[in-house]
Every structure is written in structure tokens, then in C-alpha cells.
Design a protein around this ligand. Structure first.
Ligand code: ATP
Length: 373
């Protein structure tokens, strides 16, 4: 029997991107050796602000093509404060990739990991486990590159909400809630999809809610509700343990997902997947972190957990349970490393830099595999 090979386009990018990416590739090699399953063939490609400074191109066509051919994309971080497009905007090839491959669902799991310092002074915060879904192909980001000035006295940006864009991301949210349902039910929790909007003020947001409601009506087995985005910001701080899956337009998702990362200890613990019908890109929520780049201080756990999301997604698409085992092993190894007490990431005031955290997580892989039976 021939071993299946899966091609992963690897885009390390800028700043701490290459640092956490190198750590994740090392971990993936170890996990694959321990769990078996398809061979992961990594195809590392150029892109990003620092590449732009050298070449004049931020996202070369060859990189886009490699991404198109790949089974999945693994992405570090891109962008650098001093390197800008001619109009002064930041160089962010990730936004182009979202459009190129229609990666409409930005999936940001917000889950507290044992071993990470608690941010909220409430024991129930240990149960934080929700998923924020950010629509990624329209919303206020539609205006990127399309903003309009009137003389030097007024500026306009436009929010785009389409029926098709809202329906597909809402469907995605209900399908995800459906998949989480058994696990939540086992813990005595009900399933819920929350539409986050500002339907009381904006026509575009009232339309978003209306289309969401139409989709919700097709999923009577899952409860649905609505929150205004300002009320959701407060709810995320007051009782985040009650949330399950929420869906929202691009800009609200951009803001609330950083807040979600803050709730579980910081950007170093927050993974994400940018998912479309045919492609998936996995990256930590954090950016290139210029303030700590090149110092070996970055917490690589968000990158590790993004790699686990990639394995889950591939497992699902290809019906390959060993990839799913790999995903659970990574999550478990991160948890075991952080609860061991021997490594406290610098992000949380400890002295463990990228290398020490990576070694601890890799060292926990055999134990994680045993724990999963
Ligand atoms: P972007 O706009 O590109 O998403 P950002 O403005 O959110 O970026 P980041 O680059 O993510 O900024 O960094 C925000 C802060 O979080 C910085 O102080 C950075 O050092 C810290 N940070 C981000 N990622 C990590 C990490 N993996 N480990 C430790 N600290 C991190």
C-alpha cells in the first residue's frame, strides 16, 4: 500500500512568523512520526513585507500557484511597520489570499488552556470554549483599496453585505455548531449560534441578520440568537463560558477575535483557520510582533494549535483519522507542557522562549499519545 502524501504550502512571512513556523514544522515532523498517516510534504514559499522590500512583490504569482496546488496552507505572520504600499497601507498578502481562494470563514476557536494564567477572576473562565467566525470576503474590509476622499475634508469607506456571502458563512456556523453538539451535550451544554451585528443602526447589518435568520430556520435543531456587537463585547467579558459559536461581519470579527485571544491569556494561544469550500489556510491570530521579533521570545503555541486545526481539516476532507489523532496529540502535548510547571512562556512572565516551549511540547508528544490511548 502506498503512503498518501499531502502537500502543505508553507508561508513563514515576517517577524516572528518564521520563528514560530520553524517550531511548528519541527513539531509536525515528530507528530507524524508518532501517529503515522499521510506524509506531509512542506513547500516553503516567499511572501510578505520583508520579501516585498527585497523584491518589490509581496505575494509572487509562483507562491499563489503553489498555494493553489497544495492540500492546505500554513501561514506564519505578515506585515512590518516600516514597509508600506505606496498609499501608506500595510502590506498584508493574507488578505489577498483570502480573496483569491474565497476563504470566507475566519474560524477562531477561543478556548482556555490549563496552565495558562487566568485573565478573568472567575473559576467559570476555565470553561471558556467558543468559536468566533468572521466573514472574510466582504463586510467593511470590502472597502480596502476602495475608500474615497472628498477633497481633504471627508473620507468614506463602504460596508458590503451580500445575501450569498452572509448565507454561506451562516451555514458554515450552523454546520460547525452541529459538529460541536455531541461534545457539548456530554458536558451538559446546549448548542447555540449567535449572530453578532448592529442591526439597530445599519441597513447592511439588518440585512445580515435577516439572511442569518433565514439560514437559522433551516437548522431548527440548533438554537440561534442575536447580539449587538457592543453588547457582545461586554458579554465576552462577563460570561464568555455561555458562548458556543458566533458569526459576524469582517471588521467586528477582526476586533472581537483579538479580544477573545486576550480572554484566554494572549495572542500566543490563539489559533485560526481561514476556510473556503476548496481551500484552507491556517495561521496564528497574532501578527509579526516586531517588538519581540528576532529575540526567540515568541510563544509558538498559537502556531502549534493552528497546525492542529489544519490536521483536523485535512482529516475531515480526506477521511483520514490518523490526521485527527495528530491534531488531538498536538493539543494534548501543548496542555501537558504548559501544566507541567517546567515551562512558563515569556508571554506570561516566565523565562521560556520559543525554543524551550517547543522542546517541552515535543517532549510531551509520547505522553500525549499514551493519554489518548
Ligand atoms: P496584526 O495587525 O498584524 O495582526 P497586531 O497589531 O495584532 O498585528 P501583533 O504583531 O500580533 O500585533 O502583536 C501584538 C502584541 O502581542 C505585541 O506586543 C506582541 O509582542 C505580542 N505577541 C503577539 N504574538 C505573540 C506571541 N506569539 N508570543 C508572545 N507575544 C506575542
Amino acid at each position: 500500500m502506498t503512503t498518501q502524501t499531502m502537500k502543505i504550502a508553507v508561508l513563514p512571512g515576517d517577524g516572528i512568523g518564521p520563528e514560530v513556523m520553524a517550531a511548528a514544522l519541527e513539531l509536525l515532523h515528530v507528530v507524524r512520526a508518532a501517529c503515522g498517516g499521510p506524509v506531509l510534504q512542506f513547500d516553503t514559499r516567499d511572501a510578505g513585507a520583508q520579501f516585498y522590500a527585497r523584491s518589490g512583490v509581496a505575494l509572487p504569482e509562483a507562491t499563489v500557484e503553489a498555494c493553489r496546488q497544495a492540500d492546505a496552507m500554513l501561514f506564519g505572520a505578515m506585515g512590518w511597520p516600516d514597509i508600506r504600499n505606496a498609499d501608506g497601507t500595510e502590506i498584508m498578502p493574507q488578505l489577498e489570499l483570502r480573496m483569491e481562494f474565497s476563504l470566507y470563514a475566519g474560524v477562531r476557536p477561543i478556548r482556555w488552556f490549563p496552565g495558562v494564567p487566568m485573565v478573568l477572576a472567575d473559576e467559570r473562565a476555565r470553561a471558556i470554549d467558543f468559536v468566533l467566525i468572521r466573514e472574510q470576503t466582504e463586510g467593511l474590509f470590502y472597502s480596502r483599496g476602495r475608500g474615497r476622499m472628498v477633497g481633504d475634508s471627508e473620507a468614506y469607506d463602504t460596508m458590503q453585505i451580500t445575501r450569498a456571502g452572509t448565507a454561506r458563512v451562516s451555514e458554515f456556523a450552523f454546520r460547525l455548531a452541529e459538529r460541536r453538539r455531541a461534545r457539548r451535550a456530554a458536558a451538559g451544554l446546549h448548542s447555540l449560534v449567535t449572530c453578532v451585528d448592529k442591526a439597530n443602526v445599519f441597513l447592511s447589518m439588518a440585512f445580515f441578520r435577516r439572511v442569518f435568520d433565514e439560514v437559522a430556520a433551516r437548522h431548527p435543531e440548533i438554537a440561534a440568537d442575536h447580539f449587538l456587537v457592543d453588547a457582545m463585547a461586554m458579554t465576552m467579558l462577563k460570561r464568555p463560558w455561555d458562548l458556543d459559536v458566533m458569526v459576524m461581519e469582517n471588521m467586528y470579527g477582526d476586533i472581537l477575535s483579538d479580544m477573545g485571544a486576550g480572554l484566554i491569556g494572549g495572542l500566543g494561544m490563539a489559533p485560526s483557520g481561514d476556510i473556503g469550500d476548496d481551500h484552507g489556510l491556517f495561521q496564528p491570530v497574532h501578527g509579526s510582533a516586531p517588538d519581540i521579533a528576532g529575540q526567540g521570545r515568541a510563544n509558538p503555541c498559537a502556531m502549534f494549535l493552528s497546525a492542529a486545526m489544519m490536521l483536523d481539516w485535512l482529516a475531515d476532507r480526506h477521511g483520514e483519522p490518523r490526521l485527527e489523532v495528530g491534531a488531538r496529540v498536538i493539543e494534548s502535548a501543548v496542555e501537558m507542557a504548559l501544566t507541567s510547571g517546567s515551562v512558563v512562556p515569556m508571554e506570561y512572565g516566565g523565562d521560556a522562549g520559543t525554543r524551550a516551549v517547543t522542546e517541552a511540547v515535543i517532549g510531551a508528544v509520547p505522553g500525549a499519545l499514551r493519554r489518548l490511548g
